[in-house]
Design a protein around this ligand. Structure first.
Ligand code: DUC
Ligand code: ZN
Ligand code: ZN
Length: 470
């Protein structure tokens, strides 16, 4: 038999095309696209289904050290399981360098957490918090050659924020090595100033998290990150953009010919700062950074997708349990929003939200959905064409979607380690009904059928030099 599996009768969608065709799979790879492919050990009937590249989520946090007494709700097993339920076949979490640690030490530990614990494929970004001469001069260049071809830097957070000088030094290494640099753009000093002032006035409820990080905080840092990257002449990705002013900074840079890319996330399309304003501590469920803004900002983020100012749509899945002193309800005595861990779960809901709110409501077309959810992630982060498309020779990473299925999002559909979803009760149309990773079905109609030793770690190529933004 020439194929292990044939996916028959579906509509294949890539970032470029939509066509009726069967998909032949052998040894985990797509080996044929066509009609009348013959027989196979397994036939999957895809009548009335869309056959899409499995989602690639290039911004998730699993098992990340989160400070004093706080524990992230997902490690690799539950995080990749939830990803699979949401139609994803590859995720890119962050390996965080703690101060004083070498990158190699951080990676050794992070690999030990991931080994044998992944339902879908994974690759790691690095988070550089301690850019010593050794780290920048020796470790990072060697690690980029070893396939760790992207890194994130922070402009805020105690213990994570880099000074402008450190940002420039790190950007220079990204330029020399060809690594992709991701930037968390918020002004640390402005946040500290506003937080102290709010607390002195007794304004400590979760909703003041948003007040402590208003739009100018993000706009200024976005502008500064772009300016610094211009000085060094290095491409950058501004992650989790939440509003028009930051988006316009990116747009202007792109119009000037700079290789500045942008990412937005479901929370900036679906939530507003009003969600943080709930009884007791319930608003803590929506505390993330940058914070959700307002309806006009949601509209701006849609425009950023429609006009391709943004090239990727990621979850920024950063889960903490709500009803838990190691999670959103930080230990007693820490009553201010300052202590609420920043981040919300979303790896399973990213794609149904973009499909339903974007494709079904006519805001974006299906090919753009594939580009934002898979193809552009693979291109930017060095996984294309092995991942991110449906083509002969690519990994058989495929999600079958029922474009008409109506689902009310409930936490029990999410299968992560958290105890809530910010989207509880949201009705969506369109749902991933089967997720296949390298030819093996891992989720079939709401049932986990894969195992956590199937996912593999993926070393990556450098993004193509001088690549145009997808
Ligand atoms: N930045 C992220 O990228 N994720 C969650 C929290 C944060 O500040
Ligand atoms: Zn960030
Ligand atoms: Zn993040």
């Amino acid at each position: 038999m020439s194929f292990d599996t044939i996916i028959r009768g579906g509509t294949v969608v890539t970032a470029a095309d939509t066509f009726a065709c069967d998909v032949g799979i052998r040894d985990g790879k797509i080996t044929a696209l066509g009609r009348d492919l013959g027989d196979a050990a397994t036939i999957i009937d895809a009548t009335d289904r869309l056959v899409l590249p499995g989602g690639i989520d290039s911004h998730v946090h699993f098992a990340q050290p989160s400070g004093d007494g706080i524990v992230m709700a997902d490690g690799f097993a539950s995080g990749t399981r939830s990803a699979a339920f949401g139609g994803n076949t590859t995720v890119l979490p962050f390996c965080l360098q703690e101060k004083g640690q070498t990158l190699r030490e951080a990676l050794k530990h992070y690999h030990s957490l991931a080994d044998g614990e992944c339902h879908v494929d994974v690759a790691f970004h690095l988070i550089v918090t301690d850019p010593t001469e050794h780290v920048l001069g020796q470790e990072l260049p060697a690690l980029v050659e070893d396939g760790y071809t992207s890194l994130k830097v922070f402009m805020t957070y105690e213990g994570l924020a880099l000074s402008d000088r450190e940002l420039l030094e790190t950007m220079s290494v990204a330029r020399e090595t060809g690594a992709m640099l991701m930037v968390h753009a918020e002004n640390f000093d402005a946040i500290r100033f506003l937080t102290d002032r709010l607390e002195r006035a007794g304004n400590t409820a979760p909703r003041f998290h948003a007040t402590s990080r208003p739009i100018p905080v993000e706009r200024e840092a976005t502008h500064r990150a772009i300016s610094l990257s211009e000085l060094v002449d290095v491409p950058i990705m501004i992650v989790h953009v939440s509003n028009r002013e930051a988006m316009d900074e990116i747009r202007r840079a792109q119009q000037r010919g700079l290789r500045v890319m942008g990412e937005t996330c479901p929370q900036y399309l679906m939530l507003t700062e009003n969600d943080l304003d709930q009884l007791n501590m319930e608003g803590a469920k929506y505390v993330c950074s940058p914070p959700p803004r307002d309806v006009a900002s949601q509209q701006a983020c849609w425009e950023g997708l429609q006009q391709k100012v943004f090239s990727v749509f990621s979850s920024d899945h950063c889960p903490f349990r709500y009803d838990d002193p190691q999670g959103k309800l930080a230990p007693k005595g820490r009553t201010s929003f300052r202590w609420v861990p920043n981040g919300i779960p979303g790896v399973a809901t990213r794609l149904p939200i973009l499909f339903s709110e974007g494709v079904v409501k006519g805001r974006i077309d299906l090919n753009s959905f594939v580009a934002f959810s898979a193809t552009n992630h693979a291109k930017i982060y060095g996984l294309y064409p092995r991942k991110g498309t449906i083509a002969v020779g690519s990994d058989a990473d495929i999600a079958l979607w029922d474009p008409k299925r109506k689902v009310t999002i409930r936490h029990q559909l999410i299968h992560d380690g958290s105890d809530y979803t910010p989207y509880e009760g949201l009705e969506v149309t369109g749902w991933p009904v089967l997720t296949m990773v390298r030819g093996k079905v891992v989720v079939d109609d709401g049932t986990l059928v894969g195992s956590k030793d199937h996912g593999t770690y993926l070393p990556r190529a450098k993004p193509p030099a001088g690549a145009t933004i997808p």
